[in-house]
Design a binder for this molecule. Sequence first.
Ligand code: FPP
Length: 375
Amino acid sequence: MSFETLRAYEQTNAVCKPFLDKPSTGFALDAHIKFLESSLKPFPAPYTVLDASKTWIIYWELVSLALLGRLTDDVKEQAVHTLATFRGPNGGFTNGLGHKEHILTTYAAVLSICLCNNSEAYDLIDKKRLLDWLMSLRNADGSFRVHDEGECDSRASYAAVCIAYLVDGVNYPHLFDGTLDWLLQCQTYEGGFAGNPGTEAHGGYTFCSLAAISVLNGSSRVRRIPLARWLTQRQDAILGGLSGRTNKLVDGCYSWWVGASVNLFALEANSDSDTRPLIKSEKLQEYIYQCCQPATGGLRDKPPKPADLYHTCYCLLGLSSIAHNYRLVDNRVHAQNSSSPRYDDYPSLQPAHPVCCVPVNDAESMITHFSSLQC
Ligand code: FPP
């Protein structure tokens, strides 16, 4: 570890420790709802830097409200109205005027449509054109580009798999030829997965790879022991929070990227000894409660940073992932409340689908709706 890394690590511990030593605050449900409601109003001018993330902002807002059981028909109607203006010429989605269709923008739009869970929203998707467009982004080795001339990494492959899983059950001929082999090459010597073969393992890319590999039925080909070790090493022994990679700092968002990877690992376990928890979920919950909930509501990376919609979304998804147990029945995900009494203070948090990053019920409704539509 370099001197600079060690100093950043020690500073983080020094800032977080007093928050962990305070009496537990519990889950600040009302403050989070207020934060999310205030985020429905027009944003101030400095937010123009997020112009290329408009679809993501809609998704982060909708999924946070949905997990808390507060997504209203009125908000869904506004979202559908806006997303209708983001439909691109080839079946994908853009961020509005002047923006190209992009696979990650399309992923955020499709998940937002899924969260709206009604026919007006579903009608925004032209299934055949969307799948044809995904096919146009496929590289010869089975990986995907983020747009026609864009970069290629495991986020793009995951987005393609997740979109296809929701609208087509990954049945489109040859769309994922080679994708599983390419994703398996992203597992590194450390055990986690990188964005591309030969680069550094990271929690975000590990989630993307494991989720896509799970849908493509390739989990038995993952090297499980190094993966288990790497996932376990993501939990900071002192703070309880999770980091995204070796020698880096804890961040609330990895409660989902790494936490969901742990759930995907357990989902594919084939023996009891294989399902021993890889992280201490009560310690993670304590990190989120004590360090990621500023008094203003919303959730954050770590103190003293402010809350934002990205961290609110992935901290809530992370809390949901530790509040539920998941199992596969006939290749469909089923969730049940975790037996731990510690989770009783947020009983209304919906179970999140470990692949699709939306409540399980919304993913299931969308899959059922689109499976009855011909391509
Ligand atoms: C490092 O940031 C972040 C990355 C290398 C990418 C992370 C990838 C994801 C979060 C997954 C995204 C998934 C989809 C579906 C778009 P950093 O260096 O600021 O953070 P770190 O110090 O924690 O590594």
